[in-house]
Write a protein that binds this ligand. Sequence first.
Ligand SMILES: Nc1nc2c(ncn2[C@@H]2O[C@H](COP(=O)(O)OP(=O)(O)O)[C@@H](O)[C@H]2O)c(=O)[nH]1
Ligand SMILES: [Mg+2]
Length: 253
Amino acid sequence: MKEELMNKMTPMRLLIIIPCFNEESRLKTEDILHFFEQTKGEDYRLLFVNDGSTDNTLGVLKELSQQEDKIEVLNIMQNVGKAEAIRQGMLQNSHRTFDYFGYFDADLATPLSEIDRFAKVAEKKNPLVILGSRIKILGTTDISRNPARHYIGRVFATIVSNMLKLPIYDTQCGAKLIQHKALPPLFEKPFVSKWLFDVELLFRLKNAFDESENKIVEVPVKKWKDVSGSKISTVYFIKAPFDLLKIYFRYKR
Ligand SMILES: Nc1nc2c(ncn2[C@@H]2O[C@H](COP(=O)(O)OP(=O)(O)O)[C@@H](O)[C@H]2O)c(=O)[nH]1
Ligand SMILES: [Mg+2]
């Protein structure tokens, strides 16, 4: 009881990584600054990782960080891909005393306001990982996805859920939180897949922690929308099944 009370009094400290590759035109600087207005009393920080962008992403990020103390920028000179950029962000900051580390997409397909909702779940349930989940629930969530990607995504998610033997609805939503102690087993080694690293994370989590641990909580996001200008090429949808098999045989026990 006393411990519960203590938890309530110590607000969650979060570091959210936002990978950016050529996001100059998609970065919603006003929404980002508004998020900090809305969460003034909280210790939520955003770490933007500029991953060798060839446009002015770095300039936009530097300007943002000058406007808000809680915005940090990590610059990677050469493009390493989303998975590796997030991994670098995690590794370079894992010595810091945040309760949870997370990642969100730069296009704010998942609005930043979800961070606060996730933090409340973290505070209450203390899971190793929180997964944002894009579930349409009439009157409760507002999810707008491109139909083709939705249906391909549903087939994909069902296969992954079976492979993991875990009832997860959505592994690919780009909004997740990870408890500090889970960083080493999840991010120590480079990922074998460039875009399906979320699946690898879940396999690593499953293999590194005991069944009894409160591992994963899925949180339906209130709002999610497809933002045009995706960097995933259509070719990748053909490659993805092969990547998935590679992951399955690498991690299955
Ligand atoms: N670091 C890094 N991030 C990337 C790269 N490509 C895409 N991203 C980021 O990954 C996130 C999701 O990208 P997006 O193109 O919107 O993918 P989609 O929403 O899954 O179609 C955004 O934050 C992008 O900036 C890359 O090569 N490197
Ligand atoms: Mg997107």
